[in-house]
Design a protein around this ligand. Structure first.
Ligand code: NCD
Ligand code: ZN
Length: 341
């Protein structure tokens, strides 16, 4: 048995920088033609020139014989003004601006504490049609970590959509039924869904021992939320599309007293998504989710190349080296039911 589909894209990806690119870029390019590349480097990517320079470093890491088209983003800080939005919107390489609520996740300290401060920037994005890509969690310490996404919808995103109804928004890596419902109720919005949030729920991370390699943000939720995500991803709705949020961290930084958030999923993400869709009897919906919906949302042409997945097991290696740092792969050391031809 085999499955052919239009070459997919990854609409939310962390490639990191420097020596890591020699691993992360081929690991993504083996399956995906394009990826929306997150800007949470240190320092963050806040100018069009910096985004283009980062893009060039990524392109330099694409192995001969592979093609890969990195779609760049800027990091929204309180200093990113409307003039940069105009420059970004007219650049062929910048495709969105990422909102990290300050302190929400890895490298988010330069993020935004209050949206009021960036309203002129968001208005310029509304005018130019440049999408806002949102990490949707409040950072208020009084809010339980499992509730932070749902509270963000009430406190921040709902009011923002009322204020700027035609702002183009992608709610990134959604993890709750609340977000699925919110996105469906706002038909102009898009949302990405990771493969780890389709496979796992919080018991997998916390019951019978703590598994730091499943710790990511937004954190895994209870199983009813996972079920809602599976339903949304496999539904055929054009609002939901593939975004791995693949985010490598060295083993030492994950297996630590204060471990980092993020799962390295890129190398076998497509095979893992195929497994999820197959279990639902929805393999016929994989191409829309992985290859069409994101491109349509971003107003980009669909890919023309075809890839083939075979119904033969592949073994996911336990680790990868990023420079001299060892990183664990999601489900490393086990098999996945599909392999890339
Ligand atoms: C991401 C990272 O490590 O850059 N981590 C994660 O848990 N997803 C940041 C992010 O997307 O939140
Ligand atoms: Zn991310």
């Amino acid at each position: 048995m085999q499955l052919t589909l239009t070459r997919p894209d990854d609409w939310h990806l962390h490639l990191r920088d420097g020596v890591a690119l020699a691993t992360t870029v081929p690991d993504t390019a083996r399956s995906f033609h394009r990826a929306i590349v997150m800007p949470n480097l240190r320092p963050p990517v806040v100018t069009v020139d910096a985004a283009i320079a980062y893009r060039d470093r990524i392109l330099a890491a694409v192995p001969n014989g592979m093609t890969f088209d990195p779609l760049m983003t800027l990091y929204l800080t309180p200093d990113l003004g409307p003039e940069i939005i105009k420059e970004a919107a007219s650049s062929e390489h910048v495709h969105g601006v990422k909102l990290y609520p300050q302190g929400a996740t890895t490298n988010s300290d330069a993020g935004v504490a209050s949206l009021d401060r960036v309203m002129p920037t968001l208005e310029a994005m509304t005018d130019t049609g440049l999408p806002l890509l949102i990490h949707g969690e409040v950072t208020d310490r009084s809010i339980d970590i499992f509730d932070r996404e749902a509270v963000f919808l009430d406190r921040t995103l709902g009011p923002l959509m009322q204020r700027l109804p035609s702002l183009k928004v992608v709610l990134e890596h959604i993890t709750t039924k609340d977000s699925v419902d919110f996105v469906k109720a706002n038909p102009g919005m898009g949302a990405t869904i990771t493969v780890h949030h389709l496979i796992y729920e919080r018991n997998d991370m916390l019951a019978g021992g703590i598994r730091p390699h499943l710790y990511c943000l937004p954190i895994l939720k209870r199983s009813l939320h996972r079920d809602a995500l599976i339903e949304a991803a496999t539904s055929g709705s054009p609002q939901f599309f593939l975004g791995t949020d693949s985010a490598p961290h060295a083993i030492d930084d994950k297996e630590s007293d204060c471990g980092c958030a993020g799962c390295y999923t890129a190398p076998f993400a497509l095979e893992l998504y195929a497994e999820v869709f197959e279990a639902q009897g929805k393999l016929d919906q994989l191409e829309a989710f992985a290859s069409f919906n994101g491109a349509d949302f971003y107003g980009l042409a669909r890919n023309t190349e075809i890839i083939t997945l075979l119904r033969t097991e592949s073994l996911i290696p336990l680790t990868r080296l990023l420079g001299d740092k060892e990183v664990k792969l999601l489900r490393g050391g086990s098999t996945v039911a599909w392999s890339l031809a």
